[in-house]
Design a protein around this ligand. Structure first.
Ligand SMILES: [Zn+2]
Length: 651
């Protein structure tokens, strides 16, 4: 007579196997970490038997895409666009706070939430992923753990080479763990380079592990790719060799049929994240078509900072409803299909299809018990064999999960967690929240601090003497520049588009977003550049009409004007657009910049000149101011025509 370790009897066994077999009044036999019988357990005798009391016994859910440690950032910044949310809030806070301890606490908290909601396996991507793996293994859950690789400095790696080395090291040490599959996680094409994607694919192939990444999440990303690379994201990453490995691609909201076929042929898996895509306004992934193409599409919650929870029951229900609502077809994505995405297909998508995702002999004992007799799930019909899926997908709630087993080990019995101390984690999480709040409150006090927080700001303690004046015509200026008294060192011309941000507190200074379009002699655009400049309002001195300024903070503007507007929230804004000719000249032995401007916006007629020079002492400033006054006369500007301050004050 065969024996097993544990018999679970008197259950409505929903196997989620290839034939969608359901066993009313069924049983499951477990030995060690695996299932040895499902449905009819025949003559098995067990060391221990558990009566499930008629509850649903089904495979544990698979959360196909998340960033579990971000549970500590839940609710930190919401209702923002993806770039402002990510670059303006998440990444600066992460640079400041993310450490192995942060990751341990966040992962523990997330594991508690996931166990309570019936998840037994998930696919993660974060920094210090080894700490995610440790906390997950301690909680007893199964996971694909992706170590993030990025082109810019990350909390756990100063450079891409370091993050790649960290990924390799992590994979080497965790490769044979019973619960953890380590993987490289190149964050996304727009945060990586072609070289990084290739290196990650090589690494994944070398160790036969998947790759976890984000692909085609927003329309903006796909449009940028078409513009820059002449093709959408999927063919481009294919060209880089990414699909040489098993790829788990989160989102794929904006992919066409050809791209889906490419992914199918490459054996890639997709993680559909309905809540996250809706909350960040990214759109709705075409999952019905993906399933028709034969892709393994799982369902994920994405990180708890963009969802804001890890509730897979909610995601499954939403996936089914969205597919119907968007196609206008109520037969799209029936409950059974939605549930198989959250179990068997999800397991395949994340590369764990041989281990979990269905109740089948030989798979690991990853299972949950669900109380389907709650008042919100009453009564029950039996005529339609698919009714059980309706009950699970449309009416059951995550809080109906009563018991959870992963890898043959109980993690929750009768709603009591066995591997995690929730109260201790909640205390630690509250402490992190206090510190992060304090950090952001301080940062919000200053425009400069906010500028530094998004990276790239360079403090230039520069002093500058400058004057701006109206001139009667451009001819006098051009004649002076061409004269023997003036030596031209460099010349350029451009269109300049400036947007000034003003703040309630004038001591914050003003922030200028400047886009330069460089023009050749024929007026054709030869290049563009965008910069941010924070100018203090302080004027250090005056020498006649020549003014002395200091303190400018410069940063390359790597985001859009819209990003900075939403991030800095200025109280007023002004646009200045001009045509500028710029010369670096030597006059009386001193170098000056001379600008000849014509304003298009605001529509002020005539020409203006600006003359300026770097300076380093009051005496030097005074000397240069005298030469500037002289040069100004040469350029045809009358000293009484000088403007009290910059053009912005004209507007
Ligand atoms: Zn994500």
């Amino acid at each position: 007579m065969p024996t097993c370790d544990l018999l679970l009897t008197n259950a409505l066994v929903v196997t989620m196997d290839g034939s969608f077999t359901v066993h009313p009044g069924g049983a499951v036999a477990v030995t060690g970490d695996s299932l040895v019988a499902v449905g009819d357990v025949g003559s098995f005798t067990a060391r221990e038997t558990f009566d499930c009391g008629g509850r649903v016994l089904m495979p544990g859910l698979v959360n196909a895409h998340t960033h579990v440690a971000m549970s500590l950032l839940r609710g930190l910044a919401d209702d923002l666009r993806l770039d402002v949310w990510l670059m303006g809030y998440m990444m600066p806070v992460e640079r400041e706070f993310v450490s192995p301890d942060f990751v341990r606490v966040g992962t523990g908290l997330a594991c508690a939430e996931m166990i309570r909601s019936g998840v037994t396996a998930f696919a993660d991507m974060y920094y210090f992923e080894e700490a995610v793996a440790e906390a997950t293994a301690a909680a007893g859950l199964r996971a694909l753990c992706g170590q993030t690789v990025l082109k810019f400095p990350a909390p756990d790696a100063p450079s891409y080479e370091d993050s790649l080395a960290r990924a390799r090291d992590f994979i080497v040490r965790w490769k044979d763990h019973p619960l953890i599959v380590p993987a490289p996680a190149p964050h996304a094409p727009y945060t990586c380079t072609a070289e990084i994607l290739r290196a990650c694919a090589d690494l994944a192939v070398e160790f036969d592990v998947p790759i976890h990444t984000h692909l085609s999440e927003t329309l903006l990303e796909v449009e940028q790719w078409r513009k820059t690379h002449g093709m959408p994201v999927i063919p481009w990453v294919k060209k880089q060799g990414l699909f040489d490995a098993h790829v788990l691609a989160a989102h794929c909201v904006h992919v066409d049929l050809g791209e889906m076929r490419t992914m199918k042929n490459a054996g890639a898996g997709v993680a559909h994240n309905p809540s996250s895509n809706l909350k960040l306004g990214s759109g709705v992934a075409p999952v019905t078509t993906m399933l028709d193409v034969g892709l393994d599409v799982g369902i994920g919650t994405d990180g708890p900072a963009s969802n804001n929870d890890l509730d897979m029951f909610e995601e499954v229900r939403l996936a089914a409803l969205l597919a119907k609502g968007f196609s206008g077809d109520p037969t799209a994505l029936p409950a059974r299909h939605a549930l198989v995405m959250a179990t068997r297909l999800g397991a395949s998508a994340i590369g764990l299809g041989s281990l979990t995702g269905a109740l089948e002999v030989g798979r690991r004992a990853d299972l949950i018990l669900l109380d389907v007799d709650a008042v919100h799930n009453t009564p029950a019909f039996t005529r339609d064999p698919d009714a059980v899926y309706s009950r699970i997908v449309y009416a059951a709630k995550s809080s109906d999960v009563t018991d959870v087993m992963c890898n043959g080990r109980w993690l929750m019995r009768d709603r009591r967690l066995l591997t995690i101390d929730e109260a201790a984690l909640a205390r630690e999480a509250a402490d992190y929240a206090r510190r992060i709040d304090a950090f952001l409150i301080t940062r919000e006090e200053s425009v400069l601090k906010k500028l530094v927080a998004i990276g790239g700001a360079v403090e230039e303690e520069s002093f500058e003497v400058q004057v701006k004046a109206r001139v009667a015509s451009a001819d006098a200026v051009l004649a002076a520049i061409a004269s023997d008294d003036v030596t031209v060192i460099r010349a350029a011309r451009y269109h300049q588009y400036d947007t000034y941000f003003f703040f309630d507190d004038p001591s914050q200074g003003r922030l200028r977003f400047r886009e330069d379009e460089f023009l050749d002699e024929k007026g054709e655009v030869t290049g563009v550049r965008a910069r941010l400049t924070l100018t203090g309002e302080s004027r250090e001195g005056e020498f006649g009409r020549v003014l002395l300024f200091r303190s400018r903070y410069l940063a390359p503007a790597t985001h859009s004007l819209r990003f900075y507007r939403e991030y800095f929230k200025p109280t007023a804004e002004r646009a200045v657009e001009k045509e500028r000719r710029r010369w670096l000249v030597a006059y009386r032995g001193v170098e000056f910049y001379v600008h000849l401007d014509r304003l298009a916006q605001p529509p002020v007629g005539g020409y203006f000149v600006e003359v300026k020079s770097r300076t380093w002492s009051r005496r030097d400033a005074r000397d240069k101011a005298a030469i500037i006054a002289d040069l100004l006369g040469h350029l045809g500007a009358h000293p009484d025509d000088t403007l009290p301050d910059g053009y912005v004050d004209l507007a």
